[in-house]
Design a protein around this ligand. Structure first.
Ligand code: ACO
Length: 320
């Protein structure tokens, strides 16, 4: 039994994602300071429900990405391999960027070039500073894109694997449908007289018809990259989307596709903050009438269900 076990790898542990800041002339191309490494949360869409890979001893699958442009490189290593071992690259291929390469020297050259020259695509929406540790020289910038935005389709093909790796139940979206909208978040770092960009996260959303002539905007995928989580960027992204939707006459309501617990928390917290600031919970008394929920939902472009949830939270808070 034990001897069989050593030929089985957990696919989420075997895959190493590396975000590489390839500073030209920094000496060793694997300078540790410039690489952030983490594992995916989910690999079952690729390797199956059990998340197991058979036939290798000490398997490592490396997916390296230039931290801004997301140009990527695939490599793998192992101590021993059985002739019947699972095929790795062909199993992963459909989920990886179309233009991923396996030549590490070439990747280093591309990543060094992109470190200097990569700039985000789309329309810049806004920017903010963060007080998170290590972000003193950084400004965070939002960009709005659609699939006809120059360079976005190519970038999207590179970033969509992160949805598979980090959002449970996510699938690759139809990038030929021009209705999709995306908001990207980048970190702009000013160092040594140079400005460089790192990819931080994104959300994509789809406009559904809202009878008779408006839009229900549905947030479909929402992701902050692991090194940037728990620093307030998710809330900033959510607020940025919400402000945008509020300012657009054609949008009647904002909805979310299959929110997980973390996202629901983030949504509740931000909606509560907004509704509090608007005085919605002043003179709060149970029971809350259906009309009131409908009126708040219509005014603030939230779903009735979400508004009812916020009222419930406000009532609970009052009990405390
Ligand atoms: N220092 C410490 N903690 C902080 C700081 C800070 N400077 N700033 C914020 N926080 C805390 C917040 O208070 C919050 O705390 P809580 O969890 O106790 O409520 C927590 O960090 C998270 O808030 P944010 O930082 O604003 O959120 P984050 O940037 O981590 O984004 C998200 C949350 C989107 C869920 C992110 O973790 C993620 O992308 N996860 C993986 C993918 C995922 O689950 N996406 C949502 C799926 S659902 C969908 O796609 C529709």
């Amino acid at each position: 039994m034990n001897s069989l076990k050593q030929w089985v790898a957990n696919s989420s542990e075997a895959v190493n994602i590396r975000l590489v800041k390839a500073v030209p002339g920094s000496g060793d191309d694997d300078d540790e300071d410039d690489i952030i490494e983490f594992n995916p949360e989910f690999t079952y869409p690729i390797f199956g429900e059990q998340e197991q890979i058979f036939g290798y001893k000490d398997l490592m699958i490396n997916l390296e990405f230039a931290s801004g442009s997301l140009a990527s490189c695939f490599s793998m290593g192992y101590k021993e391999k059985k002739p019947t071992a699972d095929k790795i690259y062909s199993t992963m291929k459909d989920f990886l960027p179309d233009d991923i390469i396996d030549n590490h020297d070439l990747f280093t050259q591309i990543a060094q070039r992109d470190y200097i020259s990569f700039k985000p695509m789309g329309t810049k929406v806004s920017e903010y500073r963060s007080n998170a540790e290590g972000a003193e020289n950084s400004v965070f910038e939002f960009y709005h894109c659609k699939f006809d935005t120059p360079r976005f389709l190519e970038f999207h093909k590179r970033m969509q694997c992160f949805a598979i790796f980090f959002i449970e139940g996510a699938s690759i979206i139809e990038d030929t449908d021009e209705k999709w909208e995306a908001r990207l978040l980048f970190e702009r770092v000013s160092e040594n007289g140079q400005e460089t960009y790192n990819f931080v996260g994104y959300s994509n959303m789809y406009p559904y018809f809202y009878y008779p002539d408006q839009i229900r905007m549905r947030i479909s995928q929402f992701l902050i990259m692991p090194p940037y989580q728990k620093q307030g960027h998710g809330s900033r992204l959510y607020q940025s989307l919400y402000n945008d939707f509020c300012g657009r006459k054609e949008i009647r309501e904002m909805t979310v596709e299959d929110p997980n617990e973390e996202f629901s928390d983030l949504r509740d917290k931000n909606d509560m903050k907004h509704l509090d600031a608007k005085g919605v919970f002043n003179d709060l008394k149970a029971p809350i009438k259906k009309d009131r929920i409908e009126q708040v939902a219509a005014t603030y472009k939230l779903t009735k269900r979400q508004v009812a949830r916020c009222f419930e939270l406000a009532l609970l808070r009052k009990l405390d």
